[in-house]
Each structure stands twice: as C-alpha cells, then as structure tokens.
Ligand binder design. Structure first.
Ligand SMILES: C=C1C[C@]23C[C@@]1(O)CC[C@H]2[C@@]12CC[C@H](O)[C@@](C)(C(=O)O1)[C@H]2[C@@H]3C(=O)O
Ligand SMILES: O=C(O)CCC(=O)C(=O)O
Ligand SMILES: [Fe+2]
Length: 342
C-alpha cells in the first residue's frame, strides 16, 4: 500500500496501555491523526559511533570530536552512572504512565509546552504516537518521580564531562567554557520522559511499517543526552538520506549535537536529524532525554577556536532566548537554523 503521511488511520484494536492514551477523548473506536513514517532504509545501526569513557582522555576526546563532526550522534559506554539508578527511574516512569489519564494530566497540567502531553507535540500541529512529561529542570519540585533529582545531577555531570572532552579536542583555551554553559545555575535545561505505547493494529494500511512516535527533527539546544529502555524505535539520519535504526542499549547513553552547538562550531559539528518509529504491537518504549541549553542571555556564535584563518561565520549571532523563541514557532521537521544563516 502506498504510504501517505497525511492519511488518518483508524484503530481496530489496541492494548490496555494504548487504550489509556486514547480513551481520554473517546473510549470506543476512534480516529486520531496517526502518521505513517517514510520507509526505513535497510540498515542495522552498524555505523553508530561508540565513545568509551573508560579510555584515556585523549582517546575519548578524539572519538567524541570525530563523531560530532561525522554524524553529530554517538553512544556513550562506561559512563559511571549506575544501572540501578537508570532502572529505578525507568520503573518509576513506567508506573507514572500506567496511571489513569486524568491523574497524569493533573500531575503537571497539560503540556504548553511543559506538562503532560499525548499525541500532540509542540504548539504547531505536530502529532505522534507518544505521551510525555516535559518540564524545565529548574522546576522539578512538583514532578511525582522521586529518583529524578539524583538522575538529573548524574546526567548533568556526565554532560559536563563530555563537553570538557569536546573543549580539549578543539584545543580551547578555556576548558570549562562549554561545560559551564550547560551546568551553571542559570542554564536552561529541560527534561522529557517519553512513553510510546505499543503500535495499534490498524483498520487499514497496517503493513508492519510502524507509526511515527516522534517525527523527524533536530534538537535546538547545545546537546541532548538520551537513555531508553530495551525497546527499539530511535532512528538517526544517515549521510545518504537513509534512516539508521539505533539498536537499544539500556546501559548506555546516546548523545546528539543540537542546533546551538552546530552554530558554536560554525557547522563543524552536525545537529543530527532523528525520529522515533513505533513498530512493536505488544511492547511499549520508554525514553528520557535531558536537553542541555545555556542561560537565556548566552550569545550563540561561532567560537574563535573552531575558525581557521579567513573562515567566515555561517550564522548571525543570536541569544539562546531569541533562538528558543523562534524555534518554538516552527514545526518539528523545519530547518530552524535557516533563518539565522548569513
Ligand atoms: C514542534 C515543536 C516541539 C518542540 C518545539 C517545536 O516548536 C520545535 C522543536 C521541538 C523540540 C524538539 C526537541 C525537544 O523534544 C523539544 C522539547 C525542544 O526543545 O524542541 C521539542 C519542543 C516541544 O516538544 O515542545
Ligand atoms: O524518545 C526518543 O527516543 C527521542 C525523542 C526526541 O528526539 C525528543 O524528545 O527530542
Ligand atoms: Fe530530539
């Protein structure tokens, strides 16, 4: 059957978890805008870079720089964050999403953009087969997940370490310049817990190709650090326009370069396009992403250290506040850096 991204698919039957997400507006057979993703190119994830933080600093630093320049995406192993903490947060998140819909929404309020959201992503018409909690890291007091504080501290430390290795690899004079941007008190971190219920069987059009859980996009921030359970679904853009499936690894973190880092490095590091496709008819997927943004007044422009003699800046300077404002007016798949290109 021909793939039509705009087509609306009707649910014939769904699991209890899926029903919990849909039942909010209609408990019976229901039409919601499910989007069929373009076909996945045959690819197994063999090309995902791996950074081993137990290696000597110079080797880890070189591996990070190579991955950021090559694809803007890498997997981090031997990061030192105990699996027990990761599993504890995962279990708490699963329990949260298993709660009745009204409970979930009342915990943080409806997403705008922060809060509990389902199916709708952002304010500009994007939809996905996902429910989520999205909130600013600075305001976690009301989030009903007790392991969160510990997790956020650990992942922030990891992000700081990765960005120091980046600074070393770029031979920056101020080694903590990038790490400080995302770890200082005023930094603009946001956190997202995504729950992708099992893919429903479809009345028409189900050909095993899956549903769009989270449509293709780049992340606007400096860097994002993602962890997921053992379920597949994350895909990153390959060089030839194909999609590369990222094999899940519960022990690892996945890091992607965001738009702001692409600008800071004058395009040397790539803000990678990624998406989530839901294909499993029985198993759900949980992911958690810490988006590392700088303080709102931070000026984002190509850093002197990355420029070679005579190189021009590719983007006009902006503050993080300005970029965020512009980004949140766009659709997920938009090339939001284009309006800042020189
Ligand atoms: C459609 C949108 C959702 C988003 C804000 C935006 O207008 C464009 C960027 C989207 C994104 C992608 C990365 C993160 O998941 C996110 C929280 C972010 O900072 O930018 C989302 C935004 C969102 O879900 O509100
Ligand atoms: O849920 C995922 O694995 C990725 C989601 C994502 O890319 C995002 O929230 O920005
Ligand atoms: Fe993302």
């Amino acid at each position: 059957m021909e793939c039509n991204p705009q087509r609306r698919y009707a649910i014939l039957c769904f699991s209890p978890q899926t029903a919990a997400m849909v039942v909010l507006s209609n408990p019976t057979l229901h039409q919601i805008p499910l989007v069929k993703p373009p076909k996945l190119a045959a690819s197994s994830g063999g090309s995902i870079s791996v950074v081993d933080l137990s290696k000597p600093r110079a080797a880890a630093s070189a591996a990070i720089i190579e991955a950021c320049e090559d694809s803007g995406f890498f997997k981090v192993v031997n990061h030192g964050i105990p699996l027990e903490l990761l599993c504890r947060l995962e279990a708490e998140a699963a329990a949260f999403f298993a709660r009745p819909p009204a409970d979930k929404e009342s915990a943080l309020g409806p997403a705008d953009p922060f809060g509990y959201g389902h199916q709708t992503i952002g304010r500009n018409g994007d939809v996905g087969w996902v429910e989520y909690l999205l909130f600013a890291v600075s305001s976690t007091t009301t989030v009903p997940i007790s392991s969160l504080g510990e997790y956020l501290v650990a992942v922030k430390r990891l992000a700081g370490e990765i960005l120091e290795l980046v600074a070393e690899g770029l031979r920056m004079k101020q080694r903590d310049r990038l790490s400080k941007m995302v770890t200082e008190e005023e930094s603009d971190g946001i956190f997202r817990l995504n729950h992708y219920p099992p893919c429903p069987l479809l009345l028409e059009g189900f050909d095993g190709g899956g549903l769009t859980g989270f449509g293709e996009h780049t992340d606007p921030q400096i860097m994002s650090v993602l962890r997921s359970d053992g379920a597949a679904g994350l895909q990153v853009a390959g060089k030839d326009g194909s999609w590369v499936a990222v094999p899940p690894d519960r022990r690892a973190f996945f890091v992607n370069v965001g738009d702001a880092m692409q600008v800071l490095t004058n395009g040397r590091f790539k803000s990678i396009k990624h998406r989530v496709v839901v294909t499993d008819t029985e198993r759900s997927r949980l992911s958690m992403i810490y988006f590392f943004g700088p303080a709102e007044e931070t000026r984002i422009t190509a850093m002197a250290e990355v420029m070679v003699d005579g190189e021009e800046r590719r983007y006009n300077e902006f503050t993080w506040r300005e970029y965020k404002k512009a980004a949140y007016k766009t659709r997920l798949g938009d090339d939001r850096l284009r309006q800042f290109e020189k």
